[in-house]
Unconditional design. Structure first.
Length: 120
């Protein structure tokens, strides 16, 4: 799935480049979010604290489980989970890869899924 705020993707790519050798996730909040627009990296060592805070939200338990599964899948790889917390309370969780070929492949797969969903 493509990152829903393409104007912020270059900043996410910079964070990925800066944290390439580390495991963890990128957290993005929208400008209209109560926290304001932020983009930060949560290292693997602080994931438990981050997920504990997430679980305090009504929707947090399921999201924390998804996030931990995605972190496990990405561990040691070039892609990292990215969590977008939107001002309206919704969220987006996906993986973004630093390497352009992987991003192109993800875009192509997303396109095929959209096409297939229209035919069924």
């Amino acid at each position: 799935m493509l990152f829903p705020l393409p104007q912020l993707e270059p900043m996410v790519q910079r964070v990925l480049a800066d944290t390439q050798a580390q495991n963890g996730l990128v957290v993005v909040t929208e400008a209209a979010h109560p926290l304001g627009q932020q983009l930060r990296f949560v290292p693997h060592a602080k994931i438990n604290l981050f997920t504990a805070k997430l679980q305090q939200k009504p929707w947090g338990q399921h999201l924390a489980e998804e996030l931990l599964a995605m972190l496990h899948d990405c561990f040691g790889g070039s892609s990292k989970p990215v969590l977008l917390l939107q001002a309206d309370g919704h969220h987006w969780l996906g993986k973004i890869d630093l390497h352009p070929r992987a991003r192109k492949l993800a875009h192509d797969i997303d396109h095929l899924k959209r096409c297939l969903s229209r035919t069924s």
